[in-house]
Design a protein around this ligand. Structure first.
Ligand code: OAD
Length: 230
C-alpha cells in the first residue's frame, strides 16, 4: 500500500479568499516580515504583531475550504494506504474539509502560546499584550505560530514520514522557505515519486519528477481521482 505525504502552502487556501505571502498583492508586500513574523519584532512591538494576527484570525474565521482541501480529505478516506498532510498554513481549512491528523509545522492561528512557561491553549478571537497565561499568569502570550528564526514544529516526525513516502506532493507553495522547501529532495532521495502542483514552477521545481500547473481547486481533485482510481 502506497504511503502518500502531502505538503501544502498558502496557494491551496488562496481560492478560499486567504492571501498568499509572496504573490504580487501578498501579505509580505503589505507588511515587513521583520516586524510581524520574527521574535525580535514581537519584543519591539507586541501590539502591532497581535493586531496583524488578530486580523488574520478574523479573516480565516470567515472562509470556507475549497475543492482542493475537500479532495485531500477524500484522499485520506478513500486511499487504502497512509495519507499524511503536512501544512505550512496556520488556517484550519484542511480540518474544516474533514482532513484528520494534519501536521501544522508553522503552528495554528487558533492556538495561543505562553512565551514564559510554554503552555498552549485555544486562542481568543483577539489577543493583546495585556493577556495573561492561564497557567502561570505571565503577560507573555503570543499566537502559536512559528516565526522566522524559530524551528518549525514536529520536524522529526515529518522527516520520518518523508523517508517512508512512496508519493510526495507539494501543493501551492513557492519553495522559498526552508526546511519545507527541502522536503521534495529529501523524499526523492528516499525513493518517493515527487509531484508539484502550483500555479507556476516553484523555486525548487527541479526536485520534482512531475509538475502539474494550474489552480489548486482544479488540479488537485483531478490528481486525487487518478490516485483513487489506482
Ligand atoms: P507563498 O506565498 O510563498 O507561495 C504561494 C504559492 O502558491 C506561489 O508559488 C503561488 O504561485 C502559488 N499559488 C497561488 N495561488 C494558487 C492557486 N490558486 N493554486 C495553486 N497555487 C497557487 O506561500 P508559502 O509557500 O506557503 O511562513 O510560504 C511559506 C511560508 O512563508 C509560510 O508558511 C509563511 C511564509 O512566510 C511563516 O510565516 C513562518
Amino acid at each position: 500500500m502506497q504511503k502518500i505525504v502531502i505538503l501544502t502552502g498558502a496557494g491551496i487556501s488562496a481560492e478560499s479568499g486567504l492571501g498568499t505571502f509572496r504573490d504580487e498583492d501578498g501579505l509580505w508586500a503589505q507588511h515587513r516580515i521583520e516586524d510581524v513574523a520574527t521574535p525580535e519584532g514581537f519584543v519591539r512591538n507586541p501590539e502591532l504583531v497581535h493586531r496583524f494576527y488578530n486580523a488574520r484570525r478574523a479573516q480565516a474565521s470567515g472562509v470556507r475550504p475549497n475543492a482542493a482541501h475537500e479532495a485531500l480529505a477524500r484522499l485520506q478516506t478513500g486511499h487504502p494506504g497512509e495519507v499524511v498532510i503536512v501544512t505550512q498554513n496556520v488556517d484550519a481549512l484542511h480540518e474544516a474539509a474533514g482532513a484528520a491528523d494534519v501536521i501544522h509545522m508553522h503552528g495554528e492561528l487558533s492556538r495561543a502560546l505562553c512565551n514564559a512557561c510554554g503552555t498552549r491553549w485555544a486562542s481568543p478571537p483577539e489577543m493583546s499584550p495585556a493577556d495573561t497565561c492561564p497557567s502561570c499568569a505571565a503577560r507573555a502570550c503570543r499566537p502559536d505560530v512559528v516565526w522566522f528564526g524559530e524551528i518549525p514544529y514536529r520536524m522529526d516526525e515529518i522527516f520520518g514520514h518523508l523517508s517512508g513516502a512512496d508519493i510526495f506532493t507539494a501543493i501551492g507553495t513557492s519553495g522559498q522557505v526552508y526546511p519545507a522547501a527541502g522536503f521534495a529532495q529529501e523524499a526523492a532521495e528516499a525513493g518517493a515519486q515527487c509531484v508539484e502542483i502550483n500555479l507556476e514552477p516553484s523555486a525548487v521545481a527541479r526536485a520534482f519528477a512531475e509538475t502539474r500547473q494550474g489552480r489548486a481547486s482544479e488540479v488537485v481533485p483531478v490528481w486525487v481521482d487518478q490516485i483513487l482510481r489506482g
